[in-house]
Design a protein around this ligand. Structure first.
Ligand SMILES: Nc1ncnc2c1ncn2[C@@H]1O[C@H](COP(=O)(O)OP(=O)(O)OP(=O)(O)O)[C@@H](O)[C@H]1O
Ligand SMILES: [Mg+2]
Length: 361
């Protein structure tokens, strides 16, 4: 199937550097791709180029198979047939809700029907005659969504559209928005700097850093197979043990890890997430037996334990085992309240398949 949106080799120089540096991606109908990355990595600039409010220095933008921007062509934003939704989704204050939604439509029966349909979709039936100042933030946001969808754009570009909403409302609106966009079959490119939002919304995440896409994958895959340490750290706190490769293996307090493809002497990081650390009590100096899944358990001493709501964070100082990983700090998350006293000795195991080995940079 032909993608609704396709960009190839987009480059944009601003302030003497390339803030968008060779970005390529495509989005199919009904798919939500999240452009995710830290502040300043070039997300909005990419979106602005696709919308046509900024121009690339090189590269091609295709919408529905048609070139809308390349070295010679530049279609005006209003002729590109994309829906736009930004953080400051200002509604027209002097127009009522129905007029706001109908703004981009030709007047008539069809427009009225479309407005009624969309009011229903965004769960605002009966709100048509209200004015924006009479609505809550979440309601205004839904009107903005309806307005952007009214002309049936094949592609929707959204830049941090939920960041103006408070936390609880945000989850609700995100899910509602997703449902509406799926029903409409719109191809969506959504910009966010929040990993949780991307994980929740995306069919595919394009992780950006310094103007480049460093990884493109479905949420599950990007979380469980990050390309590098920074990519892993973008989605949660991480633990990191240092090691050196000998014969495609590296030693850690948790036993040997496979490090295939690395030359002897390469310094590597063994990275794992706190929720993949298992904790066991010490039984007279003994811990659980080693298993194929979790390797060798290792001993650590509790340094600090905090309850943070759903779970507890327990920080351990690892014991020196034959000079391997001496003194490394490892954090484990434990569901519910679990607050062992500092100084308590416990056994830690990590799920092998949840560990990543990366070269140290
Ligand atoms: N007109 C400009 N002149 C010079 N530099 C610019 C200009 N516009 C943007 N930049 C720079 O380009 C970089 C990318 O900006 P962009 O707005 O695309 O980032 P972003 O990923 O959307 O960040 P945020 O998450 O904070 O919105 C930033 O470092 C920004 O300072
Ligand atoms: Mg931005």
């Amino acid at each position: 199937m032909q993608p609704r949106l396709q960009i190839d080799g987009l480059v944009r120089f601003l302030g003497g550097r390339s803030v968008v540096d060779d970005i390529s991606l495509s989005v199919a109908a009904g798919q939500v791709t999240c452009l995710l990355g830290p502040s300043g990595c070039g997300k909005s600039t990419t979106l602005r180029i696709i919308a046509g409010v900024d121009r690339q220095d090189s590269g091609v933008v295709r919408l529905n198979g048609q070139i809308v921007a390349d070295d010679t062509r530049h279609l005006a934003p209003e002729t590109r047939g994309v829906g736009l939704m930004f953080q400051d989704f200002a509604l027209f204050p002097h127009l009522d809700v129905a007029e706001n939604i109908a703004f981009g439509l030709k007047r008539g029966k069809a427009a009225d029907a479309r407005v009624a349909e969309l009011l229903e979709r965004v769960d605002l039936r009966g709100y048509g005659r209200k004015h924006p100042h009479e609505l809550s933030g979440g309601e205004q946001q839904r009107v903005a969504l309806a307005r952007a969808l009214a002309p049936r754009p094949k592609v929707m570009l959204m830049d941090e559209p939920f960041s103006g909403l408070d936390n609880r409302l945000r989850d609700e609106i995100r899910d509602a928005t997703l449902t509406v966009l799926r029903d409409e079959g719109t191809a969506v490119l959504l910009v966010t700097h929040e990993p949780d939002e991307a994980m929740r919304m995306a069919s595919e995440i394009a992780l950006m850093r310094d103007g480049r896409i460093v990884q493109r994958a479905a949420p599950y895959n990007i979380y469980n197979a990050p390309v590098d340490r920074k990519a892993a750290a973008f989605f949660s706190d991480i633990n990191c043990l240092e090691g050196v490769v000998r014969g495609a293996l590296t030693e850690t307090p948790f036993g040997q890890f496979l490090a295939p493809g690395y030359e002897d002497g390469t310094a590597v990081d063994i990275v794992f997430r706190p929720q993949h650390v298992r904790i066991d009590f010490d039984r007279g100096g003994r811990g659980p037996a080693p298993t194929a899944e979790e390797g060798t358990p290792a001993r650590g001493t509790v340094e600090r334990a905090r309850f943070i709501g759903k779970e507890s964070l327990v920080e351990f100082r690892m014991e020196n085992v034959d000079g391997r990983g001496a003194g490394a700090l490892v954090t484990a998350t434990v569901p519910a309240v679990f607050l062992p006293k500092p100084g308590t000795v416990m056994w830690l195991s990590i799920r092998r398949e949840r560990c990543f080995v990366f070269p140290q940079k």
